[in-house]
Design a protein around this ligand. Structure first.
Ligand SMILES: [Zn+2]
Length: 76
């Protein structure tokens, strides 16, 4: 069994799983918004996406991203 850190999953793997967006949330002001990931290069990891995210409300780069699985059965 492989232990996949969700942050190491790539856009390619997300899209293959039927996931085309992630839920981004700002640790600074609390805003959350859906972020499309299928516009990113296929090899981009969730970790990289998180590093690139900037909050549209307060401009903070302290943004968390979560998987947006269709069945919403996410455990951490
Ligand atoms: Zn913010």
């Amino acid at each position: 069994m492989t232990h996949h850190d969700p942050l190491e999953l790539s856009v390619e793997e997300f899209v293959e799983s039927g996931v085309d967006s992630v839920k981004a949330s700002c640790n600074c002001c609390g805003k959350s918004w859906p972020a499309l990931i299928d516009v990113m290069p296929a090899r981009t990891t969730l970790r990289k996406i998180r590093a690139l995210m900037v909050c549209p409300t307060c401009g903070s780069a302290d943004v968390d991203v979560k998987r947006n699985w269709p069945d919403a059965r996410v455990t951490y």
